[in-house]
Design a protein around this ligand. Structure first.
Ligand SMILES: NC(=O)c1ccc[n+]([C@@H]2O[C@H](COP(=O)([O-])OP(=O)(O)OC[C@H]3O[C@@H](n4cnc5c(N)ncnc54)[C@H](OP(=O)(O)O)[C@@H]3O)[C@@H](O)[C@H]2O)c1
Length: 350
């Protein structure tokens, strides 16, 4: 087993998975580009971000996840700029999303047909491409029938503007309704060592129905990196200033829940908790781990994820540590955007 001090070769043991019903094959670690948008993450550095996307490809990470709402177009533009030159687009699988609108810096759900048919062209322009590989409905919209949303997504698939359909933050019941109207290839739910709600129903449902899962928040917004300390503070509009996991007394509980698995990772597997957290996700059966990064050196750790596994004893020990350390667990619900007050006439007519 390679020691952490030894440099790992790019693409060493990269794992990948096919997306059934499509011609796509994606790396099991994907690059998440939310923070590159800057908004909610204390600002962005465009040059660093572009290099990060290209570094991902160099390391065998071919799946790049973005969304219009990440920096209100900025993240998509960065991905487009990173992949727009040197034939890189063909090496990448671009995943983006639809169905959130923004006004005065606030984001609202809007998965109407009218919005979807307009947003795809904005995304294609920002991404400098003629098709999106995986197109997700970002959040279910209670004001729009799921059948309307699904029908619009199916139209885009038929037009060749997208190659696979995904939904994000959907329940099993919502996926069932969606699938009566359109094929569903991918689900993007929250998933990491601390946020495990999908294990009960959603993960088994996706496995049974050949729906590939892209688990987001692999590092729980940095908590599972092993780099955070009690005195870590966040600048500007960084969402972790409001994330309930990062407020006392919970912050201490989550930090201590990371220390012991870090020791376990070092002693038993010659890794660190950042590797263990992502390995754990993949071993639980999620197809892909979405790793949020914006600096090229942050991806170096992704090289320590492939080619090993956690055994039953290790899995049980992790569960025991988490149960003992986290007295007051809380999920990622704080991130859910609100619905709009009402639908506009133009959306209903479209
Ligand atoms: N569909 C949805 O509704 C949804 C929601 C959330 C996320 N997502 C997707 O999932 C992706 C990942 O989620 P996420 O961005 O919330 O966060 P994440 O992967 O849980 O964590 C990202 C954080 O980890 C830190 N980090 C990354 N690599 C590190 C390293 N090697 N060492 C130390 N720290 C490291 C980053 O630090 P810095 O802060 O220092 O850069 C950042 O704070 C997003 O980018 C997005 O593509 C989707």
């Amino acid at each position: 087993m390679p020691q952490p001090s030894q440099p790992l070769a790019p693409e060493a043991g990269t794992e990948s998975v096919d997306i059934p019903g499509t011609a796509l094959r994606v790396s099991r670690v994907a690059l998440g580009t939310w923070a590159m948008g800057g908004s909610n993450w204390g600002g962005t550095d465009e040059r660093e971000s572009v290099i990060t996307v290209r570094t991902a490809l160099d390391q065998g990470i071919n799946l790049i996840d973005t969304a219009p709402a990440y920096g209100f177009g900025v993240s998509e533009e960065i991905v487009g700029s990173a992949l727009g030159a040197g034939g890189l687009r063909a090496q990448a699988v671009i995943s983006t999303k639809v169905g959130l609108e923004w006004r005065d810096g606030k984001v609202y759900r809007n998965a109407s047909r009218e919005r979807i048919m307009r947003e795809i062209d904005d995304s294609l322009r920002r991404l400098r491409t003629d098709h999106v590989d995986i197109y997700h409905v970002h959040w279910p919209d209670p004001l729009v029938p799921i059948e309307e949303t699904a029908e619009a997504m199916r139209t885009l698939l038929d037009q060749g503007k997208i190659r696979a359909i995904g939904v994000s933050n959907f329940s099993v019941a919502q996926m069932e309704r969606f699938r009566r109207v359109a094929p569903l290839h991918v689900l993007q739910p929250p998933y990491n060592l601390f946020e495990r709600d999908i294990e009960a129903e959603i993960l088994p449902y996706c496995r049974a129905n050949n729906i590939v899962t892209l688990g987001y928040g692999a590092l729980c917004r940095g908590l599972l990196s092993g780099r955070m300390r009690h005195f870590t503070h966040f600048e500007g509009d960084d969402l972790r200033q409001h994330d309930p996991k990062f407020q006392p007394p919970r912050f201490s509980q989550y930090l201590s829940a990371v220390q012991q698995p870090d020791q376990q990772a070092r002693v038993r597997f010659h890794r660190r908790v950042i590797h263990l957290a992502v390995r754990w996700m993949l071993d639980q059966g999620v197809s892909v781990a979405l790793w949020g990064g914006r600096h090229p050196d942050q991806l170096q750790s992704a090289l320590g994820v492939a080619g090993w596994s956690l055994d039953t004893a290790a899995l049980q020990k992790i569960d025991r540590i988490l149960n003992e350390a986290i007295l007051d667990p809380i999920g990622p619900e704080f991130m859910a955007p609100p619905q709009r007050a009402t639908r506009r006439r133009a959306e209903v007519m479209a």
